[in-house]
Ligand binder design. Structure first.
Ligand SMILES: [Fe+2]
Ligand SMILES: [Fe+2]
Length: 458
C-alpha cells in the first residue's frame, strides 16, 4: 500500500493540467478503494459553492454536465465541505432523518443507476482551507461498503490530493491570467491596426489545425510531433506572432493606399493645369484614372509603370520659369511600388515587426516548455530559400512550426474579408498563389499539398 502512495505522490505532483489531474487522481483513488464510480467537486470561494467538475463511472456512460450547488449541510458533498471531515455512508437510500443532509436521487432516477455505499472526502490545502470534495461510490468488493480501513486510506490520501490539486488549480489560474494578458495585448495591437482585425486569432486557429492534422498523419510526416506542451508553445507563438507590430509606426500599419487623398488631389490639379497649358496631350481625366489605379496596393501593371516614368520627367513650366514636376520624387517613389502600399523604406520598417516580436518576447522569462515561443513566433516571414526575414533563415533552419505559421499567415492575408481597401481573394486563387510559393521553394510544399489535399482551410 505504501508503494502505491509513493506512486501517487510522484504522479500527481507533476501534473499541471487540471482535467488530467482530476482524471488520474480519481482513477487512482477508485482503484485503491475498489469504487465503481466517483466524482470531484471544486470549491468556489467567490460564491461559496461546490462545482461538480468531474465524474467517472464504470457501469454506465452518461454525458457530463457541470453544475454548482451551495456549500451547505443539505447535500452530502456540502456537508463534508462544511465540516471538513470524511463521511462514510453504507447505503445512500437509508440515511437517517436526523442527519442534516439528504441524498439526491435525481441522478439514479435519470440513469437507472443504484447508488449504495459512498465515501465522501474533503480536499484541503496546507492551511486547512477547503479546495474540493471527492466522492467514491459503490464499493465493488466485499463487504460492498467502505470500511474503517478505507477511511484511514482516504484520510492519508486526501492530504496529498488536496495539496497537489491546489498546485494544479494555481497553475491553471496563472495560465488563465497569462492567456488573458495575451488576449489583451492582441486587442491593443489590433486596435492600432484595425484593418487586420481578427488576423491573429484566425492564424492561430489555422496553424493549430494544420499542426494537429499533421501529427495524426505519421505516414506523411513521420518526424513531426505535437505533444501537449508543444501545442501550448505553438499556440502562444501564434497568438504573439505579430506582437512586434506594437513597435511599428501607426501610419505605416494603417496605410491602405500608396499616396494620401490630399496628395492625389494635388496631382490631379497639376495634370489639369499641364493639359490646359499644353504640356500634355493625353486626356487629363484618362491620365488621372491611371494614377488612381497606380495608387491601389494591387500589382502595378507594366503600362502604368511606364506612364509614371514619363510623368516623372515631365515638368510644368510656370511663367516665372520655375519648373514643377507633375510627379515629384516622393510621389513617384510611392506610386511606382510594384505590390502593396508601402514604399521601400516603409516596407523595411514594417518588416521590422518580426524582429521586434523576437526582442520583446525574448524579454519574457518563459518556462522550460515555452522557451521556444520567441524563436517560433518570429519565423512566420522566413522563406526556405533564404529570401525571407528577419534572419534570412534557410531550409532546415526553419522549424516545421514556423513553416506552418508562414502558410497560415499568408493564407489569411490573402483571404481576409475585412480589409476595406483590398478585396478578399477566392480560396482557389489564394491556394494557387501559396502553391506557387511552395514550388519556388519559399514555403514548404509538403505542408501546402497536405493543407490542400486534406482541405484543412475549410
Ligand atoms: Fe507578421
Ligand atoms: Fe501575421
Amino acid at each position: 500500500m505504501e508503494q502505491k502512495f509513493v506512486e501517487i505522490v510522484y504522479e500527481l505532483f507533476g501534473i499541471k493540467d487540471l482535467n488530467l489531474f482530476m482524471d488520474i487522481s480519481l482513477k487512482k483513488l477508485r482503484d485503491i478503494l475498489h469504487a465503481d464510480a466517483g466524482s470531484i467537486f471544486l470549491y468556489n470561494d467567490a460564491d461559496n459553492t461546490l462545482i461538480f467538475k468531474y465524474t467517472q463511472n464504470d457501469s454506465i456512460d452518461l454525458p457530463f454536465k457541470e453544475f454548482a450547488m451551495p456549500l451547505d449541510e443539505k447535500s452530502i458533498a456540502g456537508y463534508v465541505g462544511v465540516n471538513k471531515k470524511i463521511l462514510n455512508i453504507k447505503d445512500a437510500y437509508e440515511i437517517s432523518d436526523s442527519e442534516p443532509y439528504r441524498f439526491n436521487r435525481d441522478f439514479d432516477r435519470f440513469s437507472g443507476y443504484r447508488t449504495r455505499s459512498m465515501i465522501t472526502i474533503p480536499l484541503l490545502n496546507r492551511k486547512n482551507d477547503l479546495i474540493g470534495v471527492v466522492q467514491l461510490i459503490n464499493k465493488k468488493t466485499e463487504p460492498y461498503y467502505f470500511t474503517k480501513q478505507d477511511e484511514i486510506i482516504c484520510h492519508s490520501l486526501s492530504g496529498i490530493i488536496g495539496v497537489s490539486l491546489e498546485n494544479s488549480l494555481l497553475y491553471s489560474e496563472i495560465e488563465n491570467m497569462w492567456e488573458g494578458f495575451i488576449k489583451a495585448s492582441i486587442q491593443a495591437i489590433e486596435a492600432r491596426d484595425p484593418i487586420t482585425r481578427g488576423h491573429t486569432e484566425r492564424v492561430t486557429n489555422l496553424t493549430l489545425k494544420i499542426a494537429s492534422e499533421m501529427s495524426k498523419h505519421k505516414d506523411i510526416f513521420p518526424d513531426f510531433t505535437l505533444t501537449k506542451d508543444q501545442y501550448t508553445m505553438l499556440k502562444y507563438a501564434c497568438l504573439l506572432h505579430d506582437f512586434g507590430k506594437i513597435g511599428v509606426k501607426e501610419y505605416i500599419l494603417q496605410k491602405a493606399k500608396k499616396v494620401s487623398e490630399d496628395k492625389l488631389e494635388k496631382i490631379k490639379y497639376k495634370i489639369l493645369y499641364a493639359h490646359k497649358a499644353g504640356f500634355i496631350g493625353e486626356d487629363p481625366q484618362n491620365l488621372f484614372e491611371k494614377i488612381k489605379k497606380a495608387n491601389e496596393p494591387t500589382v502595378l501593371e507594366e503600362d502604368i509603370s511606364n506612364m509614371l516614368n514619363n510623368l516623372l520627367h515631365l515638368n510644368i513650366e510656370e511663367s516665372a520659369g520655375q519648373k514643377i514636376p507633375i510627379l515629384d520624387n516622393d510621389e513617384y517613389n510611392a506610386l511606382i511600388v510594384k505590390r502593396g502600399s508601402l514604399t521601400e523604406e516603409e516596407r523595411k520598417e514594417m518588416e521590422k515587426h518580426v524582429l521586434y516580436t523576437y526582442v520583446y518576447l525574448s524579454a519574457i522569462p518563459w518556462t522550460k516548455e515555452l522557451k521556444d515561443v520567441p524563436k517560433i513566433a518570429c519565423m512566420h516571414h522566413e522563406k526556405l530559400d533564404g529570401s525571407g526575414y528577419p534572419f534570412g533563415l534557410k531550409g532546415d533552419e526553419i522549424h516545421p512550426y514556423g513553416r506552418i505559421m508562414a502558410i497560415a499567415d499568408i493564407y489569411d492575408a490573402l483571404t481576409a474579408k475585412d480589409r476595406p481597401y483590398k478585396k478578399a481573394l477566392p480560396v482557389e486563387t489564394a491556394l494557387s498563389i501559396i502553391k506557387k510559393e511552395g514550388e519556388e521553394n519559399k514555403l514548404d510544399i509538403n505542408i501546402i499539398n497536405f493543407f490542400i489535399d486534406k482541405r484543412i482551410y475549410e
